[in-house]
Design a protein around this ligand. Structure first.
Ligand code: ADP
Ligand code: ZN
Ligand code: ZN
Length: 747
């Protein structure tokens, strides 16, 4: 037998397989998906078995044998191996790179650190007489033998709690042949082993019950493809929990994706409370060791419920029964790194391949998913009301132009100021949303009008106050510099900071309500492993009355004592240079409004805006998704945006702008040649433009791109595949090219 092995040498970009002989010891055991060590030149390297064959076209004497296996199980399950092959085809990434998505980082290094513990186990059950003989006159030995009677392996660390210094007597007993001491792997469980107290099931609301009745028959067959559209506070989580439980009862597992695990601690604690240790959590803030251990718990089938961020869609679960994508409209499901993927598409693919049900859920579904539901690709299931007859909060729009006319130049309108005072005065809590951290908080010169820009990225640097010192920070590359006292461009001293970020809002609250405790959540305050959790705890416990934050506070949080939500400036997202700005604005406003009045107290929402007449703001104020969808869908159709079209680009990065431009222009010429050869493709091209993107310089690289807008069609897909090939053609030293399909940003 021969094994075709793909070797993983990242920097050499080896994208082909090599054949090795299967040694007799491994014959019959080795199958696709195993990780193996193989000789490669003079080294020994890691690889993954892709396939096996009876014959090999290389001469016998040239074939070396597989050295050994790295685990005693196949690391990549057959469906995930297929998925890697499929993704390599879709994104034209080397297979080694898509395979890498299926393995935790720690596993891809040669030596994996495994934590072990010493355990003791009887070699055979003992009669009372035998026990007495082994124990002799040692009371310790007698106790130990009693403790081990059940025949299970006991960690020595646990025995130590009952018998002082148990190791010497255990060693003697082992030598005498009564028991065996051995090392066993232990797994780190993030958040500790302490499982939350089990909670009883709430009685389902009528809507929840109906939704489940609709979904269950198809979910059971693994054919269901659902869009669960439920208003904020309608109890979608409880529907997930029941679907997951059905799966466990059938002996299947479940995967639940959340946009960002740090922002959904409640989801995790709810799931832990209901599913205990069978739930595993995967997210980017785990240490590599924790991640690896969770991965193995899932791979072995010990953890049958996986909750995680985007990459958890690759969880090594056998027989998943349902894949759920919560808050499916979030952009965090799109990977911004190579190989780029959309976790929703990967989830759909796995469901198809593995016979699982797919549930996309949101209070503000993406235009794409809701359109799919209308066309029958997804089945729409609705939860139109909040649980327990709680009303949706009342939303008021405040026209900030009128405030300005009245001479109010502060960030808060009269109405919001009064509402804040009232809510805090009643001992309730308030949340204030200031979207876009650092937006407008830049330092610019009053003489020449220049904002201070990052020398590496050609974007304005954001003003921050960190530990009493002022500094400027680049949000793209992390470059930090002190605030200049004279303008770097013209030397003028009239340089100052313009701010209306979260910090300023927080300061304003403190001025307005002295003595009130505030919590601020933005990228600055939430660094570190448990940054989010600590801040959220301070708010949840009631120690703080006001939470000020960026869009991260809009996501999925459930604080029953919040009765007031204020949106400081609704227009900020609306004015972003992106065709999805309106969709984002609606989602953000609806989600954040949904944070109010989730407990027994009714909620109030105040949205400040300079454009109260805008359709999106109006629809968000009414929390009328359908009106928003119809409007936006028609607009996308009229102005040729996805899902009616495909936005794509070939992005070129190079050391110099000239090199980037030259390569981009060369690419365009190749594209033109392709289009001449394929008139059917050409008909689908609405825009073809070679240009410098608005971010001209990023992370030390100069950028150019060739932009495409294509009418959505099979021809457009074929063209995209060809563009993808072009992007992977060999480029000169220092020039890289990426193909991006409906990217998160075109900047
Ligand atoms: P959504 O995700 O749809 O916004 P959640 O799942 O967060 O809503 O539920 C909102 C609140 O309602 C939570 O506090 C949850 O515990 C509660 N809840 C959900 N279902 C029920 C039910 N059947 N009975 C009582 N409370 C419920
Ligand atoms: Zn200047
Ligand atoms: Zn930068």
């Amino acid at each position: 037998m021969y094994a075709q092995v793909i070797v993983d040498i990242a920097h050499e970009r080896v994208a082909r397989t090599f054949s090795y002989a299967v040694p007799p010891a491994l014959a019959g055991r080795l199958c696709p998906g195993w990780r193996v060590a193989v000789p490669f030149g003079r080294r020994e390297i890691e690889g993954i078995v892709l396939s096996l064959s009876e014959t090999c076209d290389l001469p016998e004497e040239k074939i070396k044998p597989v050295t050994r296996t790295l685990e005693d199980y196949p690391a990549i399950l057959p469906p995930l191996l297929d998925l890697a092959v499929h993704m390599a085809g879709e994104t034209h990434a080397p297979l080694a790179e898509t395979l890498r998505l299926m393995l935790p980082a720690q596993m891809r290094r040669e030596r994996v650190r495994v934590k072990t513990e010493t355990v003791a186990r009887l070699n055979a059950p003992l009669t009372e007489g035998e026990e007495a003989a082994f124990a002799g006159r040692s009371p310790k030995k007698k106790t130990l033998l009693t403790l081990l009677r059940g025949g299970e392996a006991h960690p020595v660390a646990e025995l130590r709690l009952l018998v002082r210094d148990p190791l010497p007597p255990l060693r003697e007993l082992a030598e005498a042949g009564a028991l065996t001491l051995s090392e066993r792997e232990t797994l780190r469980i993030p958040g500790g082993n302490a499982s939350a107290p089990a909670q009883p099931d709430p009685t389902l609301t009528d809507e929840q019950r109906e939704a489940l009745e609709l979904m269950r028959p198809e979910a059971e067959k693994g054919t269901g493809r659902f869009l669960l559209y439920g208003v904020t506070g309608s109890g979608k989580t409880e529907v997930f929990i029941r679907l997951v439980r059905d799966c466990l009862a059938r002996g299947q597992g479940a995967i639940l994706l959340v946009p960002e695990i740090a922002l959904t601690p409640q989801m995790v604690s709810w799931f832990r409370a209901r599913f205990g240790e069978v739930a595993a959590v995967l997210h980017s803030r785990l240490s590599p060791g924790e991640r690896y251990d969770e991965w193995r718990r899932i791979r072995r089938g010990d953890a049958r419920v996986v909750i995680g961020a985007r990459s958890a869609v690759f969880a090594p679960m056998e027989r998943p029964g349902v894949l759920i994508v919560d808050e499916e409209h979030e952009t965090t499901y799109l990977s911004d790194r190579f190989p780029r993927y959309d976790a929703r598409d990967v989830a759909a693919w796995r469901c198809q391949r593995e016979g699982a049900a797919l549930v996309l859920a949101s209070a503000t579904p993406s235009i794409r998913s809701f359109a799919q539901a209308q066309q029958g690709g997804l089945r729409l299931v609705e939860l139109p009301r909040r649980v327990l007859d709680r009303p949706l909060p009342e939303v008021e729009l405040v026209d900030m132009r009128a405030e300005l006319n009245r001479g109010n130049r502060t960030v808060f309108s009269e109405a919001l100021r009064a509402a804040l005072r009232e809510a805090v005065g009643r001992g309730e809590q308030a949340m204030l949303l200031m979207n876009h951290r650092g937006y407008h908080s830049f330092v610019s010169c009053r003489s020449c009008g220049q904002a201070v820009k990052c020398p590496h990225c050609d974007v304005s640097m954001a003003y921050h106050q960190a530990g009493g010192a002022d500094e400027l920070r680049c949000h793209y590359c992390g470059y930090v510099r002190p605030v200049p006292t004279v303008c770097p461009a013209c030397g003028s001293r009239y340089i100052r900071y313009f701010g209306s970020g979260t910090q300023q809002v927080e300061e304003e609250v403190r001025r307005l309500l002295p003595g009130v405790t505030t919590v601020r959540m933005d990228m600055d305050t939430t660094r570190g492993k448990d940054g989010h959790a600590k801040l959220l705890d301070a708010f949840r416990s009631g120690r703080a009355q006001v939470l000020v934050g960026t869009q991260m506070i809009a996501k999925g949080l459930d604080f029953p004592r919040v009765t007031l939500v204020g949106v400081v400036a609704a227009d900020m997202t609306l004015n972003l240079p992106d065709y999805r700005a309106r969709e984002r604005t609606f989602q953000l406003l609806t989600q954040v409004a949904g944070r109010a009045g989730r407990g027994e107290l009714p909620g109030r929402v105040i949205i400040q805006t300079y454009k109260p007449e805008d359709d999106v703001i109006q629809a968000a104020a009414r929390q009328d998704y359908r009106a928003f969808f119809q409007e936006e869908y028609a607009r996308r159709r009229a102005s040729f945006y996805p899902p009616f079209t495909v936005m794509a680009r070939l992005l070129v990065e190079a050391a110099t702008a000239e090199a980037a431009q030259r390569w981009a222009e060369g690419l365009e010429a190749q594209v033109q040649a392709l289009l001449s050869a394929h008139p059917d493709w050409r008909r689908r091209v609405l825009i073809l433009l070679t240009d410098q993107p608005s971010v001209k310089f990023l992370r030390g690289k100069n950028r150019w791109h060739v932009l495409f807008k294509l009418a959505a069609s099979r021809e457009a897909e074929a063209l995209c595949a060809a563009l993808n090939d072009l992007s992977r053609a060999e480029a000169p030293e220092g020039v890289t090219c990426y193909f991006e399909y409906n990217p998160v940003t075109m900047m």
